[in-house]
Structures are given as C-alpha cells and as structure tokens.
Design a protein around this ligand. Structure first.
Ligand SMILES: [Zn+2]
Length: 324
C-alpha cells in the first residue's frame, strides 16, 4: 500500500514535468547533447529577472551540481550530489515549494543554479584550463546519466535531501538545528574529512559595537554592557558536540541564530573574549545536517560508492529509480 502510494506520488511528479519535443539536431557535438538531455523540462524561476524559463531537467541538474560542488571532486562524490540534487528538486516540487514554478535559482531558497556559460567563465578566472573544464563538465554529465531517475526515499517518500560543505568529526541532528523536530533520516553520524580543506578552521572576529547593535536591531537584547560582552560564554552543547546556545548577559541566544546573524561558518565553535571584540574559532562550514560535501569527497577517495556515501549520511534511506 505504501509502495503503491509512493509510486503514485512520484508518478504525479514525473507527469508534472512537462513533456518535451525531441528536436532533430545535427551530428557530432549535438549528438552528445541529445544523449545527455532528458525528456522533461522544469520551470525555473530566475530570481534576478523574475522570469520563468523552461530548462531541461538534466541541464538543471548539471548546473546545480556544478554550482554546489567543485568539479574537481571525486566522481562518486559528484554522483552522490547529483542524486541529492534530483531528490531535493522532486521533493520541493511535490510540496509545491515554489510559487508558479518548479524551483528557483537561489541557494538560499532552492539550490544554487548558475548557467553553464557563467560557470565556465568563473572556472576560467580561477585558472582552470579548457581541458579541465571539459573534463569536469563531462564528469558531472556522466554522473547524471548513470544515475538517471535515482532518488532517495525514506518510508517510500522523498527525503528532504539537505547537505552542507563541511562538518569535521560529526554531522548534526536536524532536531538540534531546526525547530527541535526529529527527522529520522537526518541524524548525526561520524564524519571523516580532508584536514587540508581550506575552510576547516576559520575565525570570525566581531567588534563590541557591531555585536551589540546587531543584537539590539534583531530584538535579542535591549542593551549590552561592556562587562556582559566580555563575559559572553557557551552555555550548552548539542548531542553531537556543537554549540546549542550562548549566554549573553541574562539572555540565552541560539548558536544557529548567531551563525546566520554574523555569518559564522558553523555552530561548531569556541569563543575567545576580548575587551573590544569577540572571536569565534570555528570548525567546519555550514549547518552540518545531511551530506557533508568535503566528507563525501573523502569517502569517495577511500573507494566508497555514491550509494555507500548516501547511505552513510542519510540514515535508513532507500535509493530508488522513479523511471522504473
Ligand atoms: Zn526556490
């Protein structure tokens, strides 16, 4: 029964993506493009112009994965990110997460989407050669075609396939970050990451004036004395060892709120107090829930497959093919 309703649900989503006419293209390069293109399009809201564009589903996935993960990452890590991106999109569509469209191009609302031409310019500026760029593009295209139709489910429903850049040692429970609600497949798991990752350790220094004014502006405190500022300390940790909340004078402020307010890379931090400033010494990058990209790359380097990577980060999930 569950399976039948899940198939129905997924079927509806597939039907919702518009059918597309096969265009007759010319030889060689175009032929490769036809193989890569899917038979469906999605309606993508471009947030800068407000326009909605019909884009090929596989082109959308290519641009999202290339925007969200460095193409130099291991093939199996990119493939895991492809399945995550496809799942994230279909889950959003099944919940009508975008008004008048299937998804938008913003990473703060949906997933990061840059057009391939823009990405190529960015990569060139970063110093990648034409061959490296073609290799990277082809690697992601191959991962999309090879995992065609694959999505991640829990109890026969698409999961909310959240991911982040880096969470050395352990990922975080969803319940510790978002509204306290337990999500059974988003549990804290052990994580191994490359210790040379450039954002593994960062420090964020905030002046007394900025800290105080921001907290007042956002309504967290009415005032903050210099003495209270100099005594800010961690009050409580989450189960996975991240900071849960921080005491500021007589107030408790959620670490996740501080992270977003002051662009601190993660809630895995220690605090150093100074008279005129406060320093957050941070480990990792992102909210820490779901797949860790730096970790996925490390596991892929160690020989794990994309399926093993997905099963590692999302507890008790299935990987199913919605085309079957
Ligand atoms: Zn959106």
């Amino acid at each position: 029964m569950y399976i039948v309703s899940a198939i129905l649900l997924i079927g509806i989503i597939v039907l919702a993506v518009t059918d597309k006419k096969e265009e007759i293209k010319e030889e060689k390069i175009e032929e490769e493009k036809i193989n890569f293109e899917s038979d469906s399009t999605i309606n993508l809201l471009r947030t800068k112009t407000g326009q909605i564009e019909a884009v090929d589903l596989n082109y959308y996935l290519l641009c999202v994965v290339a925007s969200e993960m460095p193409f130099k990452y291991e093939y199996e890590a990119l493939k895991a990110q492809v399945v995550v991106a496809r799942t994230y999109l279909f889950n959003k569509m099944s919940k009508n997460g975008e008004e008048n469209a299937d998804a938008c191009d913003s990473y703060t609302h949906c997933q990061a989407f840059n057009d391939l031409e823009n990405l190529k310019e960015i990569w060139k500026k970063k110093g990648f050669t034409d061959n490296e760029i073609i290799d990277g593009e082809n690697k992601i295209k191959k991962a999309i075609v090879e995992s065609s139709g694959e999505v991640i489910t829990y109890n026969n429903e698409l999961i909310d396939a959240v991911f982040h850049a880096s969470s050395p040692i352990k990922t975080e429970n969803a319940s510790a970050i978002w509204s306290g609600k337990d999500i059974p497949y988003l549990k804290s798991v052990d994580n191994i990451e490359d210790e040379t990752y450039e954002r593994r350790n960062t420090t964020n220094e905030i002046s007394y004036a900025t800290f105080k004014n921001t907290l007042i502006d956002k309504g967290y405190v009415f005032d903050l004395s210099k003495e209270d500022f100099a005594n800010i300390k961690i009050n409580e940790y989450t189960e996975s060892g991240r900071v849960k909340n921080v005491s500021v004078g007589s107030n408790l402020i959620k670490a996740e709120d501080l992270r977003t307010m002051f662009s601190i890379n993660s809630t895995n931090f220690t605090i150093t107090n100074y008279e005129d400033k406060i320093a957050f010494n941070v480990l990792g990058f992102g909210h820490g829930v779901g797949l860790s990209q730096v970790g996925a790359n490390e596991y892929a380097r160690q020989g794990k497959s994309y399926k093993e990577i997905i099963h590692h980060y999302y507890t008790d999930v299935d990987i199913v093919n919605i085309d079957n």
